[in-house]
Design a protein around this ligand. Structure first.
Ligand code: FDA
Length: 390
Protein backbone atom coordinates (compact mmCIF):
# COMPACT_ATOMS: atom_id res chain seq x y z
CA UNK A 1 0.00 0.00 0.00
CA UNK A 2 1.30 3.45 -0.87
CA UNK A 3 0.29 6.70 0.84
CA UNK A 4 1.56 10.26 0.73
CA UNK A 5 1.69 10.65 4.50
CA UNK A 6 1.72 8.17 7.35
CA UNK A 7 1.01 9.66 10.78
CA UNK A 8 1.97 7.59 13.82
CA UNK A 9 -0.34 8.32 16.77
CA UNK A 10 -4.01 9.37 16.66
CA UNK A 11 -3.90 11.67 19.66
CA UNK A 12 -4.51 15.41 19.69
CA UNK A 13 -1.70 16.28 17.27
CA UNK A 14 -2.12 13.28 14.95
CA UNK A 15 -5.86 13.83 14.53
CA UNK A 16 -5.43 17.52 13.79
CA UNK A 17 -2.63 16.82 11.34
CA UNK A 18 -4.68 14.18 9.49
CA UNK A 19 -7.65 16.55 9.38
CA UNK A 20 -5.55 19.21 7.72
CA UNK A 21 -3.36 16.97 5.54
CA UNK A 22 -6.29 15.46 3.64
CA UNK A 23 -6.41 12.64 1.05
CA UNK A 24 -3.49 10.26 0.80
CA UNK A 25 -3.02 10.33 4.57
CA UNK A 26 -3.09 7.26 6.78
CA UNK A 27 -3.28 7.82 10.54
CA UNK A 28 -2.58 4.84 12.79
CA UNK A 29 -2.69 4.17 16.53
CA UNK A 30 -2.09 1.07 18.60
CA UNK A 31 -4.98 2.03 20.90
CA UNK A 32 -8.54 0.86 20.23
CA UNK A 33 -9.88 4.43 20.40
CA UNK A 34 -8.43 7.70 19.08
CA UNK A 35 -7.71 10.76 21.25
CA UNK A 36 -7.92 9.00 24.59
CA UNK A 37 -6.08 11.77 26.42
CA UNK A 38 -8.51 14.30 24.98
CA UNK A 39 -11.35 12.17 26.34
CA UNK A 40 -10.03 12.05 29.91
CA UNK A 41 -8.63 15.60 29.92
CA UNK A 42 -9.98 18.43 32.00
CA UNK A 43 -11.98 16.09 34.21
CA UNK A 44 -13.90 14.88 31.13
CA UNK A 45 -14.55 18.39 29.78
CA UNK A 46 -11.24 18.98 27.97
CA UNK A 47 -9.42 22.23 28.64
CA UNK A 48 -8.85 22.57 24.89
CA UNK A 49 -6.98 25.88 24.77
CA UNK A 50 -6.13 28.98 26.74
CA UNK A 51 -7.14 32.53 25.85
CA UNK A 52 -3.75 33.85 26.94
CA UNK A 53 -1.57 31.37 25.04
CA UNK A 54 1.83 32.85 24.23
CA UNK A 55 5.38 31.51 23.87
CA UNK A 56 6.09 32.40 27.53
CA UNK A 57 3.73 29.59 28.60
CA UNK A 58 6.01 26.88 27.22
CA UNK A 59 9.21 25.16 28.31
CA UNK A 60 11.79 24.19 25.72
CA UNK A 61 15.53 24.28 25.30
CA UNK A 62 14.77 26.84 22.59
CA UNK A 63 12.00 29.11 23.92
CA UNK A 64 11.62 30.75 20.47
CA UNK A 65 10.88 27.50 18.64
CA UNK A 66 7.12 27.44 19.36
CA UNK A 67 6.50 31.03 18.25
CA UNK A 68 5.93 30.51 14.54
CA UNK A 69 3.47 27.61 14.87
CA UNK A 70 1.53 29.25 17.71
CA UNK A 71 1.18 32.38 15.63
CA UNK A 72 0.01 30.59 12.51
CA UNK A 73 -2.57 28.50 14.34
CA UNK A 74 -3.63 30.38 17.44
CA UNK A 75 -6.13 29.77 20.21
CA UNK A 76 -8.57 31.92 18.17
CA UNK A 77 -8.31 29.52 15.22
CA UNK A 78 -9.15 26.57 17.44
CA UNK A 79 -12.03 28.46 19.08
CA UNK A 80 -13.34 29.24 15.60
CA UNK A 81 -13.23 25.50 14.76
CA UNK A 82 -15.01 24.56 17.99
CA UNK A 83 -17.68 27.22 17.33
CA UNK A 84 -18.15 26.00 13.76
CA UNK A 85 -18.97 22.56 15.17
CA UNK A 86 -21.49 24.07 17.57
CA UNK A 87 -19.59 22.92 20.68
CA UNK A 88 -20.51 25.06 23.67
CA UNK A 89 -17.66 26.17 25.94
CA UNK A 90 -16.85 28.39 28.86
CA UNK A 91 -13.85 30.02 30.50
CA UNK A 92 -13.22 28.42 33.87
CA UNK A 93 -10.33 30.42 35.26
CA UNK A 94 -7.10 32.05 34.07
CA UNK A 95 -8.18 31.90 30.41
CA UNK A 96 -8.74 28.11 30.49
CA UNK A 97 -11.47 27.08 28.03
CA UNK A 98 -13.50 23.93 28.69
CA UNK A 99 -16.39 22.23 26.89
CA UNK A 100 -19.76 22.79 28.57
CA UNK A 101 -20.51 19.17 27.67
CA UNK A 102 -18.15 16.24 27.27
CA UNK A 103 -14.58 16.20 25.99
CA UNK A 104 -15.55 13.49 23.49
CA UNK A 105 -17.15 16.32 21.49
CA UNK A 106 -13.62 17.48 20.65
CA UNK A 107 -12.61 13.96 19.55
CA UNK A 108 -15.78 13.70 17.42
CA UNK A 109 -15.06 17.10 15.90
CA UNK A 110 -11.53 16.10 14.90
CA UNK A 111 -12.74 12.77 13.51
CA UNK A 112 -15.41 14.57 11.46
CA UNK A 113 -12.80 17.00 10.13
CA UNK A 114 -10.50 14.11 9.31
CA UNK A 115 -13.18 12.14 7.46
CA UNK A 116 -14.26 15.25 5.53
CA UNK A 117 -10.64 15.76 4.51
CA UNK A 118 -10.44 12.18 3.19
CA UNK A 119 -7.78 10.84 5.57
CA UNK A 120 -7.93 7.22 6.73
CA UNK A 121 -7.67 5.98 10.34
CA UNK A 122 -6.48 2.53 11.44
CA UNK A 123 -6.83 1.73 15.12
CA UNK A 124 -5.40 -1.27 16.97
CA UNK A 125 -2.40 -0.98 14.68
CA UNK A 126 1.21 -1.42 15.78
CA UNK A 127 4.38 -0.42 14.01
CA UNK A 128 6.67 -3.40 13.51
CA UNK A 129 9.49 -1.58 11.73
CA UNK A 130 10.41 1.58 9.82
CA UNK A 131 13.04 2.04 7.11
CA UNK A 132 13.96 5.01 4.94
CA UNK A 133 15.70 4.72 1.59
CA UNK A 134 16.48 8.43 1.30
CA UNK A 135 13.24 9.38 -0.41
CA UNK A 136 10.49 7.07 0.90
CA UNK A 137 9.65 5.39 4.17
CA UNK A 138 8.79 1.68 4.26
CA UNK A 139 6.77 0.81 7.33
CA UNK A 140 5.46 -2.58 8.41
CA UNK A 141 2.20 -2.32 10.33
CA UNK A 142 0.31 -5.01 12.18
CA UNK A 143 -3.47 -4.91 12.64
CA UNK A 144 -5.48 -7.82 14.05
CA UNK A 145 -2.49 -10.11 13.60
CA UNK A 146 -2.13 -9.17 9.95
CA UNK A 147 0.90 -7.40 8.58
CA UNK A 148 0.74 -4.68 5.92
CA UNK A 149 3.69 -3.01 4.24
CA UNK A 150 3.10 0.69 3.69
CA UNK A 151 5.29 3.10 1.78
CA UNK A 152 5.01 6.83 2.39
CA UNK A 153 6.76 10.00 1.26
CA UNK A 154 6.15 11.63 4.65
CA UNK A 155 6.29 10.10 8.10
CA UNK A 156 4.89 12.12 11.00
CA UNK A 157 5.84 11.20 14.57
CA UNK A 158 2.78 12.08 16.66
CA UNK A 159 2.87 9.39 19.31
CA UNK A 160 3.25 11.80 22.23
CA UNK A 161 5.31 11.52 25.40
CA UNK A 162 5.66 8.90 28.11
CA UNK A 163 3.01 10.18 30.51
CA UNK A 164 0.37 7.69 31.67
CA UNK A 165 1.70 4.40 30.23
CA UNK A 166 -1.55 2.76 31.40
CA UNK A 167 -3.28 4.70 28.61
CA UNK A 168 -0.90 3.49 25.91
CA UNK A 169 1.81 6.15 26.18
CA UNK A 170 5.21 4.88 25.05
CA UNK A 171 8.61 6.28 24.28
CA UNK A 172 8.04 5.23 20.68
CA UNK A 173 8.56 8.67 19.10
CA UNK A 174 11.88 8.94 20.95
CA UNK A 175 12.98 5.47 19.77
CA UNK A 176 12.21 6.32 16.14
CA UNK A 177 13.84 9.73 16.46
CA UNK A 178 16.97 7.99 17.79
CA UNK A 179 16.83 5.47 14.94
CA UNK A 180 17.02 8.41 12.52
CA UNK A 181 19.84 10.07 14.44
CA UNK A 182 17.78 12.92 15.92
CA UNK A 183 18.94 14.21 19.31
CA UNK A 184 16.68 14.15 22.33
CA UNK A 185 16.37 16.44 25.30
CA UNK A 186 16.23 14.07 28.27
CA UNK A 187 12.49 13.42 28.87
CA UNK A 188 11.15 13.66 32.43
CA UNK A 189 7.70 13.69 34.01
CA UNK A 190 6.11 17.15 34.31
CA UNK A 191 2.85 18.62 35.63
CA UNK A 192 3.29 15.94 38.25
CA UNK A 193 2.79 15.75 42.04
CA UNK A 194 5.99 15.94 44.11
CA UNK A 195 6.79 13.56 46.96
CA UNK A 196 8.13 14.50 50.38
CA UNK A 197 10.40 12.43 52.61
CA UNK A 198 12.47 12.86 55.76
CA UNK A 199 11.03 15.27 58.32
CA UNK A 200 8.68 16.67 55.71
CA UNK A 201 6.55 13.51 55.83
CA UNK A 202 4.86 15.28 58.76
CA UNK A 203 2.99 17.32 56.14
CA UNK A 204 1.24 14.10 55.08
CA UNK A 205 -0.83 14.51 58.25
CA UNK A 206 -2.66 17.36 56.57
CA UNK A 207 -3.43 15.39 53.41
CA UNK A 208 -6.46 16.91 51.65
CA UNK A 209 -5.76 20.50 52.79
CA UNK A 210 -5.41 23.06 50.03
CA UNK A 211 -4.54 26.77 50.06
CA UNK A 212 -3.84 29.55 47.55
CA UNK A 213 -0.07 30.06 47.50
CA UNK A 214 2.73 31.25 45.27
CA UNK A 215 5.23 28.52 44.38
CA UNK A 216 8.63 29.02 42.86
CA UNK A 217 11.05 26.57 41.32
CA UNK A 218 14.05 27.93 39.47
CA UNK A 219 12.93 31.19 37.84
CA UNK A 220 9.27 30.19 37.54
CA UNK A 221 6.54 31.45 39.90
CA UNK A 222 2.92 30.35 39.98
CA UNK A 223 0.05 31.83 42.00
CA UNK A 224 -2.49 29.02 42.29
CA UNK A 225 -3.68 26.45 44.82
CA UNK A 226 -1.37 23.92 46.47
CA UNK A 227 -2.73 20.66 47.85
CA UNK A 228 -1.15 18.47 50.50
CA UNK A 229 -1.47 14.76 49.71
CA UNK A 230 -0.67 11.48 51.43
CA UNK A 231 2.56 11.36 49.38
CA UNK A 232 3.55 15.02 49.33
CA UNK A 233 2.46 18.04 47.31
CA UNK A 234 0.02 18.51 44.46
CA UNK A 235 -2.56 21.02 43.20
CA UNK A 236 -2.15 23.38 40.23
CA UNK A 237 0.59 25.53 41.79
CA UNK A 238 2.74 22.47 42.49
CA UNK A 239 2.03 20.78 39.14
CA UNK A 240 3.08 23.97 37.36
CA UNK A 241 6.27 24.28 39.42
CA UNK A 242 7.06 20.58 38.93
CA UNK A 243 7.82 21.19 35.25
CA UNK A 244 10.67 23.48 36.31
CA UNK A 245 11.80 21.52 39.37
CA UNK A 246 14.89 19.30 39.16
CA UNK A 247 15.73 16.47 41.58
CA UNK A 248 17.84 17.74 44.44
CA UNK A 249 16.54 21.29 44.12
CA UNK A 250 14.31 23.02 46.66
CA UNK A 251 10.77 24.23 45.97
CA UNK A 252 9.63 27.43 47.64
CA UNK A 253 6.12 28.24 48.81
CA UNK A 254 4.80 31.61 49.86
CA UNK A 255 1.94 30.69 52.20
CA UNK A 256 0.90 34.32 52.63
CA UNK A 257 0.92 35.89 49.16
CA UNK A 258 -1.32 38.72 50.40
CA UNK A 259 1.15 39.82 53.08
CA UNK A 260 4.24 41.92 52.51
CA UNK A 261 6.87 43.96 54.35
CA UNK A 262 7.11 43.67 58.14
CA UNK A 263 3.64 42.21 58.45
CA UNK A 264 4.28 40.35 61.70
CA UNK A 265 5.75 43.47 63.33
CA UNK A 266 2.59 45.26 62.32
CA UNK A 267 0.57 42.39 63.84
CA UNK A 268 2.65 42.77 67.04
CA UNK A 269 1.71 46.45 67.24
CA UNK A 270 -1.95 45.90 66.44
CA UNK A 271 -2.60 42.62 68.28
CA UNK A 272 0.13 42.08 70.90
CA UNK A 273 -1.92 39.34 72.65
CA UNK A 274 -2.22 37.26 69.49
CA UNK A 275 -0.27 34.03 69.02
CA UNK A 276 1.22 32.88 65.75
CA UNK A 277 -1.10 29.86 65.63
CA UNK A 278 -4.23 32.00 66.09
CA UNK A 279 -3.03 34.65 63.66
CA UNK A 280 -2.28 32.01 61.01
CA UNK A 281 -5.63 30.30 61.65
CA UNK A 282 -7.34 33.56 60.61
CA UNK A 283 -5.56 33.39 57.26
CA UNK A 284 -4.99 29.74 56.40
CA UNK A 285 -6.87 26.44 56.74
CA UNK A 286 -6.68 25.48 60.44
CA UNK A 287 -4.69 22.25 59.96
CA UNK A 288 -2.12 24.03 57.80
CA UNK A 289 -1.90 26.93 60.26
CA UNK A 290 -1.29 24.46 63.11
CA UNK A 291 1.46 22.48 61.40
CA UNK A 292 3.27 25.63 60.27
CA UNK A 293 3.02 27.19 63.74
CA UNK A 294 4.30 23.97 65.30
CA UNK A 295 7.29 23.85 63.01
CA UNK A 296 8.06 27.55 63.47
CA UNK A 297 8.02 27.04 67.23
CA UNK A 298 7.12 30.61 68.20
CA UNK A 299 5.08 29.90 71.31
CA UNK A 300 4.86 33.33 72.93
CA UNK A 301 2.33 36.07 72.24
CA UNK A 302 3.43 38.55 69.58
CA UNK A 303 3.86 41.28 72.22
CA UNK A 304 6.52 39.18 73.97
CA UNK A 305 8.34 38.06 70.82
CA UNK A 306 11.54 39.85 69.77
CA UNK A 307 11.24 41.71 66.45
CA UNK A 308 14.11 39.65 65.06
CA UNK A 309 12.25 36.39 65.71
CA UNK A 310 9.09 37.77 64.10
CA UNK A 311 11.02 38.89 61.06
CA UNK A 312 12.59 35.43 60.72
CA UNK A 313 9.19 33.71 61.03
CA UNK A 314 7.65 36.08 58.46
CA UNK A 315 10.49 35.33 56.07
CA UNK A 316 9.95 31.58 56.41
CA UNK A 317 6.22 31.88 55.81
CA UNK A 318 6.89 33.90 52.66
CA UNK A 319 9.54 31.47 51.43
CA UNK A 320 8.96 28.05 52.95
CA UNK A 321 11.57 25.64 51.65
CA UNK A 322 10.46 22.15 50.71
CA UNK A 323 13.01 19.59 49.62
CA UNK A 324 10.95 17.16 47.50
CA UNK A 325 12.59 13.75 47.21
CA UNK A 326 11.03 12.96 43.84
CA UNK A 327 7.91 13.05 41.68
CA UNK A 328 5.04 10.60 41.35
CA UNK A 329 6.52 9.71 37.95
CA UNK A 330 5.02 9.10 34.52
CA UNK A 331 2.10 7.20 36.04
CA UNK A 332 0.75 10.52 37.41
CA UNK A 333 2.41 13.08 35.12
CA UNK A 334 0.10 15.02 32.83
CA UNK A 335 2.89 15.61 30.33
CA UNK A 336 6.51 14.83 29.52
CA UNK A 337 8.97 17.67 29.42
CA UNK A 338 11.86 17.27 26.96
CA UNK A 339 11.69 15.04 23.90
CA UNK A 340 12.84 15.44 20.31
CA UNK A 341 15.28 18.37 20.28
CA UNK A 342 13.91 21.43 18.53
CA UNK A 343 17.36 22.00 17.02
CA UNK A 344 16.64 18.99 14.80
CA UNK A 345 13.38 20.47 13.43
CA UNK A 346 12.19 23.38 11.34
CA UNK A 347 10.03 25.67 13.48
CA UNK A 348 7.96 26.53 10.37
CA UNK A 349 7.10 22.98 9.32
CA UNK A 350 8.20 20.60 12.10
CA UNK A 351 10.28 18.77 9.46
CA UNK A 352 13.46 17.01 10.55
CA UNK A 353 16.32 19.02 9.05
CA UNK A 354 18.45 15.97 8.33
CA UNK A 355 15.85 13.39 7.23
CA UNK A 356 13.70 14.42 4.25
CA UNK A 357 10.02 13.65 4.80
CA UNK A 358 10.28 13.03 8.56
CA UNK A 359 8.23 15.30 10.89
CA UNK A 360 7.55 15.42 14.64
CA UNK A 361 4.60 17.17 16.28
CA UNK A 362 2.82 17.52 19.63
CA UNK A 363 4.20 16.35 22.93
CA UNK A 364 6.91 14.19 21.32
CA UNK A 365 8.78 17.44 20.63
CA UNK A 366 10.72 19.33 23.31
CA UNK A 367 7.96 21.92 23.76
CA UNK A 368 5.89 21.59 26.92
CA UNK A 369 3.07 23.85 27.99
CA UNK A 370 1.93 24.96 31.40
CA UNK A 371 -1.18 23.52 32.93
CA UNK A 372 -4.30 25.19 31.53
CA UNK A 373 -4.95 24.17 27.91
CA UNK A 374 -1.52 25.11 26.58
CA UNK A 375 -0.46 21.56 25.75
CA UNK A 376 -3.44 20.98 23.51
CA UNK A 377 -2.85 24.35 21.84
CA UNK A 378 0.70 23.23 21.06
CA UNK A 379 -0.63 19.93 19.68
CA UNK A 380 -3.10 21.77 17.39
CA UNK A 381 -0.59 24.41 16.29
CA UNK A 382 2.36 22.11 15.61
CA UNK A 383 0.05 19.70 13.74
CA UNK A 384 -1.30 22.52 11.60
CA UNK A 385 2.20 23.82 10.77
CA UNK A 386 3.24 20.31 9.75
CA UNK A 387 0.11 19.63 7.68
CA UNK A 388 0.67 22.82 5.69
CA UNK A 389 4.05 21.49 4.60
CA UNK A 390 3.05 17.93 3.66
P1 FDA B 1 -1.24 12.10 22.68
O1 FDA B 1 -0.73 11.44 23.90
O2 FDA B 1 -2.52 12.83 22.73
O3 FDA B 1 -1.38 11.02 21.51
C1 FDA B 1 -0.38 10.07 21.21
C2 FDA B 1 -1.05 8.89 20.56
O4 FDA B 1 -0.03 8.02 20.11
C3 FDA B 1 -1.93 8.10 21.53
O5 FDA B 1 -3.21 7.96 20.96
C4 FDA B 1 -1.19 6.78 21.71
O6 FDA B 1 -2.07 5.68 21.85
C5 FDA B 1 -0.40 6.69 20.41
N1 FDA B 1 0.81 5.88 20.55
C6 FDA B 1 1.75 5.93 21.51
N2 FDA B 1 2.70 5.02 21.28
C7 FDA B 1 2.35 4.37 20.15
C8 FDA B 1 2.93 3.30 19.43
N3 FDA B 1 4.06 2.71 19.85
N4 FDA B 1 2.30 2.86 18.31
C9 FDA B 1 1.14 3.44 17.90
N5 FDA B 1 0.53 4.45 18.55
C10 FDA B 1 1.15 4.92 19.66
N6 FDA B 1 -3.59 19.25 28.04
C11 FDA B 1 -4.34 20.36 27.90
O7 FDA B 1 -3.97 21.24 27.14
N7 FDA B 1 -5.53 20.47 28.56
C12 FDA B 1 -6.00 19.51 29.41
O8 FDA B 1 -7.11 19.62 29.96
C13 FDA B 1 -5.18 18.36 29.62
N8 FDA B 1 -5.55 17.40 30.49
C14 FDA B 1 -4.80 16.27 30.64
C15 FDA B 1 -5.21 15.28 31.54
C16 FDA B 1 -4.45 14.12 31.68
C17 FDA B 1 -4.88 13.08 32.69
C18 FDA B 1 -3.29 13.92 30.88
C19 FDA B 1 -2.48 12.68 30.98
C20 FDA B 1 -2.88 14.92 30.00
C21 FDA B 1 -3.63 16.09 29.88
N9 FDA B 1 -3.22 17.12 29.01
C22 FDA B 1 -3.99 18.25 28.88
C23 FDA B 1 -2.00 16.97 28.16
C24 FDA B 1 -2.45 16.55 26.75
O9 FDA B 1 -3.32 15.46 26.85
C25 FDA B 1 -1.24 16.18 25.89
O10 FDA B 1 -0.25 17.16 25.96
C26 FDA B 1 -1.68 15.99 24.44
O11 FDA B 1 -2.62 14.96 24.37
C27 FDA B 1 -0.48 15.67 23.55
O12 FDA B 1 -0.95 15.39 22.27
P2 FDA B 1 -0.14 14.38 21.33
O13 FDA B 1 -1.01 14.15 20.15
O14 FDA B 1 1.22 14.84 21.13
O15 FDA B 1 -0.05 13.04 22.19
Amino acid sequence: MDVTTLILGAGAAGLMCAARAGPGTLLIDHARAPGEKIRISGGGRCNFTNLHTGPENFLSQNPHFCKSALKRYSQWDFIELVDRHGIAWHEKTLGQLFCDGKSTQIVEMLLAEMRAAGAELWLGTSVIGVRHDGSRFSVVLERDGQRTAVTARNLVLASGGKSIPKMGATGFAYDLARQFGLKLVEPRPALVPLTLGGEEVLFRDISGVSAPVVTSAGKARFAEAALFTHRGLSGPAILQASSYWRPGEPLFIDFLPEESGDFLLQAKRETPRATLRGWLRDRLPARLADILAERLGLEVEFGNAPDKALRAVAERLKRWTFQPNGTEGYAKAEVTVGGIATAELSSKTMAAKRVPGLYAIGEAVDVTGWLGGYNFQWAWASAFACAQAL
